[in-house]
Design a protein around this ligand. Structure first.
Ligand code: AMP
Ligand code: MG
Length: 659
């Protein structure tokens, strides 16, 4: 996909200035548009007819109109459709510094879903009488480059309306809810208003980037002007948003809403697939499993014994029934039993017509040639008979969608005769480690280097969760390499996990690179371990992915995964994200500072009195993986809490799928 910034206009309402080059927040309007557009597409070009050298200095090709005489944006589009070498072209005007960061993704999704040639953004507005109407923004369009002939035919008529030619192609409209994102700047007055708005203190996660520009010494990869903090952030709207001291519960709530905001089809692919029954193990059901049959299909015997009519039992004396037939599982008696008669019956055999009670064979008072004698009170009428449909009635759901399929569920589904099961597509999760010091297993360990362990724990936990892990290796602390890795991950996965580089250390470029690719917040969590974390959504080439920048320290990375990323992944999979917490007695004292949540690794055991108790595993340093390996649970100590004394009750979360 090529992105085209439309900057070739006359700027009439601004006094014939070159609109794209108007100063805005320390750079120019066009530079802001470039910054937001570049991550969403493969490459960018600018349509400009003046000051071409200045535009070229932004590091992207500049395409002047091939049609003579400032013919408006349509002339820029015409040239771009002729020159662009990709299948898709996305346009945005040079005066829309707040354009949506999911513009490409949403337009592409709609285009594919509706089989359209062109997708155009729209917003809902209300007219003077307050009635809602859809306002189309033709300058924000994604189109197949193959539409050039239709555009040419329209231009040949001499008309120049931006969307005048849309009648000739199949168009999809995509309504965006963030109307302000489409606000363009037509007059110098507008520009002043916008600048004034920009001057207000910013509350979102990237504010710290702004405050300490020297902590991030590299130049942005796409060659545009120095990075500005993002103007609009989904995080800014959260009440009491506190990126520098983020309570765990608040972070979890923000992450939940971040996942909920997503429409249901990541990457526009069908969420469900049908798999053979066995392959459904550990997958999430995409639909209810409705029983096509009654289970069991007939009334049948629960015991090996004798079937008769309970009403014939004498209350005070033994009753003897003559045995007239035998019923086996899968082989019915075939002979009706009359009054005073019974049928020898095996477990699972169909109850002969009219009979309602089974005497287990070991309870028979006597078995002689004359028949079976039942002592009074040895069996109640109706006993040991399983009813048709008692397990499941035909037409009723046996299992609900969203259920993680267990071994028992495989059996249950098989009992219904169902051979294929609709399950949700596995979530694709790309992950990589960052750090110049990291070596892969099998490599030589030179001075100062360490083996990369995080990728192995992440592989393990992702497999346990039933995700499709995409291991992207270890990436150097280098902006270009990080940008390439993040873009690659974004284009191929639903979720990206990285480890390392999110603290504000000198070599931690990843923060800046992430901020350039999307709406990413950097949090200093009020927790231990796992203090630094990045969370957000990044976009590249029409795709977007949820991003978790986990801390580098191996234990911190696992803890942050378990308490933040795990729930989001399950939520996206459509499964239950809740974690079980238990209150358990602490066998020993636990040291804990108030003011931050602590996640200490524990061993849950049953003591000599048969009671559960928990003990912390040795040294709790955030780099000491052994503490994790020895543990079977996490002891969760709430922020407000201080030390725990021996015998105190503490919260414990057993490891489910973490190890
Ligand atoms: P960082 O967050 O990048 O500053 O890393 C914090 C600490 O975790 C440093 O001591 C790193 O060497 C270590 N670390 C980072 N990534 C990994 C990894 N993939 N495996 C093992 N240790 C790591
Ligand atoms: Mg590092």
């Amino acid at each position: 996909m090529t992105g085209l910034i439309l900057a070739g206009g006359r700027g009439t309402r601004m006094g014939r200035v070159d609109k794209g080059l108007q100063p805005f927040r320390g750079s120019t309007l066009a530079a802001h548009v470039l910054q937001r557009l570049a991550p969403q597409v493969g490459s960018v070009a600018i349509s400009a007819n003046r000051n071409q050298a200045v535009y070229e200095a932004m590091g992207v090709p500049v395409w002047p109109d091939e049609l003579a005489g400032f013919e408006g944006p349509l002339a820029g589009l015409h040239t771009a459709l002729r020159r662009c070498t990709t299948e898709l072209l996305l346009t945005a005007p040079c005066d829309s510094p707040f354009l949506p960061s999911d513009l490409a993704e949403r337009l592409l999704e709609a285009m594919q879903a509706q089989g359209a040639d062109l997708a155009v953004a729209a917003t809902m507005e209300s007219d003077e009488s307050g009635d809602a109407y859809q306002r189309v923004h033709p300058v924000f369009s994604l189109m197949k480059t193959g539409v050039l002939p239709q555009l040419n035919a329209y231009l040949d008529t001499g008309a120049r309306r931006m969307d005048g030619w849309h009648k000739a192609v199949r168009v999809a409209h995509v309504v965006f809810t963030d109307n302000a994102a489409f606000r363009n700047i037509n007059t110098l007055g507008d520009l002043k208003d916008m600048e004034a708005l920009a001057g207000q203190p910013q509350q979102h996660g990237n504010a710290d980037l702004h405050a300490h520009p020297h902590a991030h010494p590299h130049e942005p990869a796409h060659g545009q002007a120095a990075t500005q903090p993002r103007q609009r952030s989904a995080f800014a709207a959260v009440p009491g948003y506190t990126p520098d001291a983020m309570p765990v519960e608040q972070a979890q709530a923000i992450i939940r809403s971040l996942v909920l905001q997503r429409r249901q089809e990541p990457h526009g692919q069908p969420l469900a697939e049908t798999v053979a029954l066995r392959s459904a193990l550990d997958r999430v059901l995409a639909a209810d499993i409705v029983s096509p049959i009654d289970v069991p299909a007939h009334d049948n015997s629960a015991m090996d014994g004798y079937a008769f009519r309970g009403a014939e039992l004498k209350p005070d004396a033994p009753t003897t029934f003559k045995v007239v037939a035998t019923a086996y599982a899968g082989r019915p008696a075939g002979v009706p039993a009359g009054a005073g008669e019974c049928v020898r019956i095996m477990t699972g055999a169909v109850m002969p017509a009219g009979l309602d009670t089974v005497l287990p064979q070991e309870l028979a008072a006597a078995v002689t040639d004359a028949g079976v004698t039942v002592a009074p009170g040895s069996v109640a009428t109706g006993a040991n008979r399983r009813f048709k449909g008692e397990d499941l009635a035909a037409g009723h759901p046996a299992l609900r969608q969203g259920k993680l399929v267990t071994a028992a569920d495989l059996g249950l589904i098989a009992s219904l005769g169902i051979a294929e099961v609709p399950v949700r597509r596995r979530l694709r999760v790309a992950f990589f480690s960052t750090g110049d010091e990291l070596r892969s297993v099998g490599e030589k360990l030179d001075a100062g280097s360490i083996y990369d362990s995080n990728r192995y724990t992440l592989y393990g936990v992702l497999m346990r969760l039933g995700c499709d892990p995409i291991d992207m290796g270890a990436v150097k602390d280098d902006p270009a390499a990080l940008t390439a890795a993040l873009r690659g991950a974004c284009e191929n996965a639903d979720v990206i996990l990285t480890t390392g580089g999110v603290s504000a250390g000198a070599a931690d470029y990843i923060r800046q690179v992430m901020a350039e690719l999307g709406d990413v917040a950097f949090w200093k969590m009020e927790m231990r371990p796992g203090r630094p974390m990045a969370v957000g959504r990044i976009a590249s080439n029409g795709r977007s992915a949820l991003l978790f920048g986990l801390p580098g320290n191996p234990v911190a990375a696992m803890v942050a995964f378990y308490f933040f990323a795990r729930g989001a992944l399950l939520q996206m999979m459509g499964a239950d994200p809740s974690l079980t917490t238990m209150r358990v007695r602490s066998a020993a004292a636990i040291r804990k500072k108030p003011g931050r949540s602590e996640y200490q690794r524990g061993v849950l055991t049953v003591n000599g009195n048969g009671e559960q108790e928990v003990r912390i595993t040795g040294a709790q340093g955030s780099g000491i993986l052994r503490s994790m390996s020895e543990a079977n649970c996490m002891v969760v100590l709430a922020a407000a809490q201080g030390d725990a004394a021996p015998g105190d009750m503490v919260d414990v979360v057993p490891f489910h799928g973490l190890i």
